[in-house]
Design a protein. Structure first.
Lengths: 354, 366
């Protein structure tokens, strides 16, 4: 704790904070606000009811009507503040409402006790609101929509595509980094050159290929075109170049087959670069929208991103569900990032990219 | 245990020829050292033998069988690399077992062999450690252990001690020699350090620019270097080379003029030498006789005196020339920089090299 404080109050040089300290704090806070407020706003809003979302002026925290359990059947009834003629006010439970008159009961009173029941015109009362998380946004997601299926589709695509990406790119990188063959530089340059081709340009050819292969409306149709990434080959090759050739010679002397050298020596030693690529791949596949949109048109094949899009109807958008689903969609990438971010910085630094 | 023969072996990388026509036989159980300055092709030669590079010419035979086209793994050799090349993500045990696992050796067998090698190399306590947790000497022993467990026919060492500090190098040197004595396996050892070569080898192969300059037992190379390069490479401090001119050439004696009218008679075969030819007189520092007033002595202007306690090294130049000379003097020399020392050359211990660098042979009797 004291180390954290030391870190926070550290200044440039010794003694009083320099203007650069203020400046640093300023832009760091600005950056934090810019990055974090939208996310916080999203998360808070995802816990609001549909009515609360449309309220104006909007509230920061999610509020809902306060309710109290009343009577022998513990029925949840809304609470109102009732203004009396003498100017005093009291919190009461609404038992029922007919037209402009509501039948109210003081909190704690027995509903069977007719003497306590009061009739109040509805313009003499205000609903009482309290901080309340509309967790139903999340639970209803699972109940009402095919959320689990979308989640499964997304997870399947992300995990499988990432595994295949790692394997294929590592194999290509191994060959390019450790084998001397005529044209290896050319091959490498051609692979890198594909970075220059915008994805939108290959969208249609890719679609035609996938369609001819009969992979439309199949999750594999999303996976296969995405697994070979020039970035991945580049990143892994650069990293593998740093693995000493003597290790591979030693393994060769140790009777290891080329596959075994790759699997037992090169892959484990490339772990930092593989971690970086894994993170990138997870983010790419998880957040991918355009390609799945093109390939998957049946709703049971939708990924989360496509399902999110489908929530935004032509006439009605159910914002409370949309927001809740957006939050859920963000969670995996956030977790992956949190656990592997150490590798990202070291890996990206050592691989010298991006 | 195996015999190794190289016949007219050559290697070219593209158009660059790095190994020329190497002919060599290494006997079973021999400890051969390839020595030469860096870039002389000694490591390449070793890689040709082990199969990590393929020879572009000639034949490599192990126990008489041609192995040019046999993959490295199947030649039955084991190599200890300069950087040790231990697998950093595996423990010592896994490092040693890796090769055996690849050969599908039964687990119990692997266990026994690793244990045996570990005991031999005093690695028992370190089996579960990773290479990064070991000291340089320990890593070196693991690398050797990895070679031993495979029970190779020939051990190859590629400058294995060059990453160790001086003290450790000396102790590892004797460990490797002891290991050779115990295993009695053929070993080929590459180094650029002539001291290692002299102390370890049964036979030294001196290489320069991809060619074998001389092959022989350490003392043979020291006493009778075939040419100026070998003479300069073997022995420390280096042999002195003094420019000279043949004054008289007799069948059993050559008389040369060195400098300052100093004349030295050498018991060499003068048949192929003409009077007046330019030659180089080679004298080892320990053979120069330093003393005032010696007849026919060279005057040396002293630059530096290294006191080593038991003996002293005098470095200087021949008077009125730039030829550098060093001499070893027993005991603690009292000379100072700037002094002039007089040195005489004992003809019987000197060497003579012709213009092409080749040694002029001694009389058969001497």
């Amino acid at each position: 704790m004291s180390r954290a404080v030391d870190f926070l109050v550290r200044t440039r040089g010794r003694g009083a904070p320099d203007w650069t300290d203020w400046f640093t704090w300023g832009y760091l806070i600005l950056g934090f606000v810019l990055m974090f407020v939208p996310v916080a706003w999203l998360v808070l809003s995802s816990f609001k009811t549909e009515g609360a979302l449309l309220e104006f002026p909007p509230t920061l925290l999610p509020y809902g009507p306060k309710t109290v359990a009343v009577g022998p059947d513990r029925k949840e009834l809304p609470v109102f503040v009732v203004r009396r003629d003498d100017g005093s006010s009291q919190e009461m439970v609404e038992l029922r409402r007919i037209g402009l008159v509501a039948t109210m009961l003081p909190i704690g009173a027995d509903p069977a006790d007719d003497a306590k029941i009061v009739r109040v015109p509805i313009d003499r009362r205000e609903p009482v609101r309290e901080f309340r998380l509309a967790t139903s946004n999340y639970t209803e997601l699972v109940r009402k929509f095919d959320f689990v299926r979308y989640l499964w589709n997304s997870v399947f695509i992300t995990v499988v595509a990432t595994l295949i990406t790692l394997l294929f790119n590592a194999m290509a990188a191994f060959a390019l980094a450790k084998y001397r063959f005529r044209g290896r530089h050319t091959v490498f340059l051609v692979i890198l050159a594909t970075l220059m081709v915008p994805p939108t340009i290959v969208l249609v050819p890719n679609f035609l290929v996938v369609s001819q292969l009969g992979l439309l409306n199949s999750l594999w149709g999303v996976i296969w075109p995405a697994v070979a990434t020039p970035t991945g080959v580049f990143l892994l090759r650069q990293y593998m170049l740093t693995i000493p050739d003597e290790l591979i010679d030693a393994a060769r002397m140790d009777h290891a087959s080329e596959w075994r050298i790759f699997w037992r020596i090169v892959l484990p030693l490339s772990a930092p670069a593989l971690a970086v690529l894994a993170i990138f791949s997870v983010m790419w596949r998880w957040n991918d929208f355009l390609w799945p949109l093109v390939v998957l048109s049946r709703s049971e094949k939708f990924t989360l991103q496509l399902a999110l899009n489908a929530f935004q109807g032509d006439l009605v958008t159910q914002w409370n569900y949309l927001l809740a689903m957006t939050v859920v969609t963000m969670i995996p990438v956030t977790i992956v990032f949190a656990f592997l971010q150490k590798h990202i910085t070291t890996g990206v630094a050592s691989a010298g990219v991006k | 245990m195996a015999r190794l023969e190289l016949a007219k072996v050559g290697k070219a990388f593209g158009t660059t020829q790095v190994i020329h026509d190497v002919d060599l036989q290494i006997a079973d159980g021999e400890f051969a050292v390839f020595v030469g300055p860096s870039g002389c092709g000694k490591s390449t030669l070793l890689r040709l033998i082990c199969g990590l590079e393929t020879a572009t010419e000639g034949e490599i035979r192990i126990d008489g069988a041609r192995v040019n086209d046999v993959p490295a793994a199947d030649r039955g050799l084991a190599m200890v690399f300069q950087s040790y090349a231990l697998y950093p993500h595996m423990t010592v045990r896994e490092n040693m077992a890796f090769g055996l696992e690849n050969l599908r050796t039964p687990q119990a067998n692997i266990e026994a062999k690793v244990k045996g090698a570990a005991a031999l190399l005093r690695l028992d306590q370190l089996l579960e450690r990773r290479p990064t947790e070991l000291s340089g000497g320990q890593r070196q022993r693991v690398a050797i252990g990895r070679a031993i467990v495979r029970e190779p026919r020939i051990f190859l060492f590629d400058e294995p001690l060059s990453n160790l500090d001086a003290e450790l190098r000396v102790s590892m040197r004797s460990e490797i020699i002891a290991l050779h004595r115990r295993l009695a396996t053929t070993m080929i050892y590459v180094t650029h350090d002539q001291v290692e070569a002299m102390t370890m080898a049964d036979r030294i192969v001196v290489l320069r620019a991809g060619r074998v300059e001389q092959v022989g037992a350490p003392l043979d190379l020291y006493n009778a270097p075939a040419n100026r390069f070998v003479a300069g490479f073997i022995g420390s401090p280096q042999m002195n080379f003094l420019p000279a001119r043949v004054a008289e050439a007799h069948p059993n004696e050559i008389v040369v003029d060195v400098a300052d009218g100093v004349r030295v008679a050498l018991p060499m075969q003068g048949d192929g030498v003409a009077a007046g030819a330019t030659v180089t007189l080679g004298v080892r520092p320990e053979h120069l006789v330093i003393g005032p007033g010696e007849p026919h002595s060279l005057a040396i202007v002293i630059d530096q005196v290294e006191q080593l306690g038991g003996h002293s090294l005098i470095h200087g130049r021949l008077r009125e020339s730039d030829v550098r000379v060093s001499a070893t003097v027993a005991g603690q020399a009292r000379a100072r920089p700037g002094d002039i020392a007089h040195a005489s050359v004992p003809g019987a211990l000197a060497h003579l090299f012709g213009e092409d660098g080749a040694a002029i042979p001694r009389n058969a009797r001497a």
